[in-house]
Design a protein around this ligand. Structure first.
Ligand SMILES: NC(=O)c1ccc[n+]([C@@H]2O[C@H](COP(=O)([O-])OP(=O)(O)OC[C@H]3O[C@@H](n4cnc5c(N)ncnc54)[C@H](OP(=O)(O)O)[C@@H]3O)[C@@H](O)[C@H]2O)c1
Length: 194
């Protein structure tokens, strides 16, 4: 059974991705930041393994050693959790966290969830946009070093991440992520408005 670790799978794109991999018989490992989220995930996906960790407060290396996952050979790690707060916190979750996962699990394939904002000259959210550019750059560098890294760039998606309503159903993004996961090559995929 293939193993996937997904950060931020209590809701939105991460949740739908978790569901899709679970339904396709992957062993799913996931994270979120609330006990309520964990209870919901454990009830819905009884064979999954879920961890309640907030990467703004717990260093990823500490998380990896505390839950003893270093020895698990994840086939795939999906860096999905992200926020759009101030510069320091946004970079901590959106950049440092995926960076450490890529450093710690060099044998796993990675899918990093970026955003189509990297191609839009958006007047707002400079911290978020910068963090996604940074993750994009890191992804390409790790790939150039020989690691298997793909990027998915969703357009506006209908989750609680946005105050603005509309956009794609997160199930559509989950399908795109799954397509990239089972693809033989390390492809990058834009999905959505652009
Ligand atoms: N929605 C869009 O329009 C859109 C467009 C382009 C790209 N994206 C990208 O797609 C990804 C998923 O977005 P989404 O819309 O599904 O977001 P979402 O609905 O807000 O879900 C975010 C997930 O990240 C987790 N998370 C938040 N803060 C965390 C922290 N400090 N530590 C660990 N986990 C944390 C949340 O867990 P808790 O709920 O337990 O806190 C939740 O499971 C992100 O990378 C986002 O940048 C989204």
């Amino acid at each position: 059974m293939k193993k996937v670790l997904i950060t931020g799978c209590s809701k939105g794109i991460g949740y739908e991705t978790c569901k899709l991999f679970y339904e396709n018989d992957w062993k799913v490992y996931g994270t979120c930041t609330t006990e309520r989220g964990i209870n919901k995930l454990e009830k819905e996906f009884p064979n999954g393994i879920f961890y309640n960790y907030n990467f703004l407060y717990t260093d990823v290396c500490e998380f990896i050693s505390r839950v003893n996952i270093k020895k698990i050979c994840f086939d795939l790690i999906i860096n999905n959790a992200a926020i759009k707060y101030d510069l320091e916190n946004t970079f901590k979750l959106n950049v440092d966290t995926p960076f450490i996962f890529m450093e710690q699990f060099p044998k796993s394939k990675f899918i990093n969830i970026i955003s189509d904002i990297v191609n839009i000259n958006h007047p707002n959210l400079p911290e978020y946009k910068a963090s996604k550019h940074a993750l994009d750059g890191l992804s390409k560098s790790f790939r150039a070093k020989g690691m298997r890294v793909s990027c998915v760039y969703p357009g506006l998606t209908n989750t609680t991440f946005n105050k603005r309503k509309g956009g794609m159903n997160p199930k559509e993004v989950a399908k795109a992520i799954y397509f990239v996961a089972i693809s033989k090559h390390d492809i990058d995929l834009y999905i959505g408005n652009e």
